[in-house]
Design a protein around this ligand. Sequence first.
Ligand code: HEC
Length: 191
Amino acid sequence: MNKIRIFGATMVTIAAAIVATSCKDKRSTGWQYAPNMYEHIAYEYDQKNPNFKDGKTAQLPPSGTVPLGFTRFDYPNTKDGYLAASGEVKNPITNNQSNYKEGKLLYEHFCSPCHGLNGQGDGTVVQHGYPAPPSYSKGQSSRGGAMKDLTDGKIYHTITYGVNAMGSYASQLSPEERWKVIMYVHHLQTL
Ligand code: HEC
């Protein structure tokens, strides 16, 4: 009996000691499992770094370099960029049935809610009050000229940057997917 009491009293004292000492330093993380996860050896990108001339960890890539798998589109989001792209940028993708079919599917998912399945600017979102885009075959572009005459470059520029009430689709559609969609938009321009 006595032994059990002594054991019990010891346990209570230990528990009390743990409770009393554990919260002393509020900023301490206490015992850490795998401390390298908290204090790692690698530099954080926003940390000072004596290994570089400007003392920063986040370095700009050397000028003129392109990330692997990145497709360049050096036309700014301006009217001039739009017109320059119109004259110089051509669809690099083969015009075949499978690309066309994929383009149709992508168009139906990403564009038809506003532009409508037949490109007449009457999608479901528009029927609920969103500003209507002009018809691809019969409308006029807000940047001049008929919608049916929109070139590869103009449409690619529009998908990449958006225009007015239309947002950019650069993060949803890869360059290759944009070109597939454009093949289908060209079809809608003839309706
Ligand atoms: C949220 C609705 C919405 C979606 C989704 C949308 N658009 Fe638009 N789009 C518009 C509106 C509104 C305009 C007219 C903008 C203006 O000229 O003021 C427009 C204009 C355009 C134009 C004409 C640009 C010009 O130069 O006049 C093209 C081409 C176009 N969209 C293509 C697309 C394609 C391709 C997709 C799908 C990847 C798409 N849009 C998705 C709303 C949308």
